[in-house]
Design a protein around this ligand. Structure first.
Ligand code: GLY
Ligand code: MN
Ligand code: MN
Length: 436
């Protein structure tokens, strides 16, 4: 049993049972599927890599507190679609106390749930499983129960797993550092290879090939590779345009390693040399990013950090002549949204936008304080639309974001992605050297 699962069990309420499903394969077209990605909570608790499994965690069951329902072995299916652990493998290789064919799950539900006061289950993720649980409850409702009752309370297990996943263990940080290193090196490779005339897709391809070559399972999210004003489209993922001399390129690409994500953005000149105007905007974003990294430390809050980034960027926009007026008024009017319309960062872990709550109350009044073990991105940006007549002409069409992954520590923080420089002079030097 994984350490994480033991800690989950420790936090379960008295006389409760948890049902945690794996992900399913998803159709991509006709009879082919997207590459399978395990559900993050299921992976976190079990480490079991296959689709269509369900973990049943019942601490009262002293003999088998942890049962895995898995796809049964099936020579024909395995010949066509790949190996399966089966019930024997689930016990032998994944530490389940007991394993049962998933085909028996629905019929077993009364046996699993009757007599437990509380059920940990997250509705509205897996509709088939929702239906099985609702059918069980429907049946119980119409029976006069003489021996056992169904659970009277249903609790979302992400209340526990979200908080657990937010605070990374040393082992998790090690895996995240590997994911970060691989992506950082891929960004350096891009700096060395990018040149005018290349297609955005070629840059994406060489980075992703590098990540896989270094042991990543792939990208942690669809890479964003945008030349010129494509960089002003936040989730630009077409990545299919030629890169132009004189433009910037914005690359937001991260690797996934053993389920953990990295998330890095770098922006640099396609031809290796920033123009004066590009450099002016870049310097503003870089200065804000460095200050926001500094801010990402124990005791400060998530909201405080966002407000800090807004204040600094609003000042920056004034300096560039994008906004005019009193900073406080501009912030009150949210004038910055025209050029900075996203958050300064997010939790990072198994999911690129990771689990865990950002507030400690329902009204979102109390922002969560940062604490050691949290990993957050720091990613301020400025995006000046090409057709923005109110912006100085020299800045139109410039989009810049700089993003690093930062671990909060006892005495400050550690930048997991510092391996790839963001210093504009160093970027130019790397690019010049690779062009000799
Ligand atoms: N790559 C997604 C993000 O930066 O949030
Ligand atoms: Mn991010
Ligand atoms: Mn990103």
């Amino acid at each position: 049993m994984r350490e994480q699962l033991k800690r989950f069990i420790d936090q379960m309420e008295e006389n409760s049972v948890a049902i945690i499903p794996a992900a399913h394969e998803k159709s991509r077209s006709y009879d082919t599927e997207y590459k399978f990605r395990q559900d993050s909570d299921f992976w976190y608790l079990t480490g079991f890599p296959e689709p269509d499994a369900v973990a049943v965690i019942d601490p009262q069951n002293k003999k088998s507190p942890y049962t895995l329902y898995v796809r049964p072995r099936d020579p024909l299916m395995e010949t066509w679609f790949g190996r399966r652990e089966g019930v024997d493998g689930a016990v032998k290789n994944y530490g389940a106390n007991k394993a049962v064919s998933i085909e028996k799950f629905a019929a077993d539900l009364p046996k699993l749930l009757d007599g437990r006061d509380k059920l940990y289950y997250r509705f509205a993720v897996d509709q088939t499983l929702d239906q099985q649980i609702l059918s069980y409850l429907t049946e119980q409702r119409v029976r006069r129960l003489k021996t056992a009752y169904p659970p009277h309370t249903i609790i979302d297990p992400t209340i526990i797993t979200g908080e657990m996943r937010l605070h990374k263990t040393a082992e998790e940080v090690e895996l995240m550092q590997v994911a970060a290193n691989i992506a950082a090196e891929a960004h350096i490779l891009a700096m060395k290879k990018v040149k005018p005339g290349m297609n955005e897709g070629q840059v994406e391809a060489l980075m992703e090939a590098y990540m896989k070559d270094k042991g990543a399972s792939g990208v942690a999210y669809n890479s964003i590779v945008g030349g010129g004003d494509n960089a002003t489209i936040l989730h630009y993922v077409e990545n299919n345009m030629p890169l132009k001399d004189g433009d910037l390129i914005l690359i937001d690409a991260g690797a996934e390693y053993k389920g953990y994500a990295s998330d890095i953005t770098r922006t640099f000149p396609v031809n290796g040399k920033f123009t004066e105007a590009q450099r002016e905007v870049y310097d503003v974003v870089l200065d804000v990013q460095l200050q926001c990294i500094e801010y990402t430390k124990t005791g400060n809050t998530v909201r405080g950090r966002q407000e800090f980034s807004i204040e600094l960027l609003t000042e920056g926009m004034k300096k560039l002549g994008l906004l005019k007026g009193n900073t406080k008024d501009l912030i009150k009017k949210k004038a910055y949204l025209k050029y900075y319309m996203h958050g300064v960062g997010h939790y990072l872990g198994l999911d690129v936008h990771d689990a865990g709550r950002y507030f400690t109350d329902q009204g979102a009044k109390n922002s969560k304080p940062l604490a050691p073990g949290m990993v957050l991105t720091v990613e301020p940006g400025l995006y000046i639309p090409a057709d923005d007549k109110s912006a100085p002409a020299k800045y139109r069409g410039i989009g810049i974001r700089i993003e690093d992954d930062v671990l909060v520590t006892e005495d400050g923080n550690r930048n997991l992605t510092s391996k790839v420089t963001k210093d504009p002079d160093e970027i130019e030097a790397i690019m010049a050297k690779s062009r000799k």
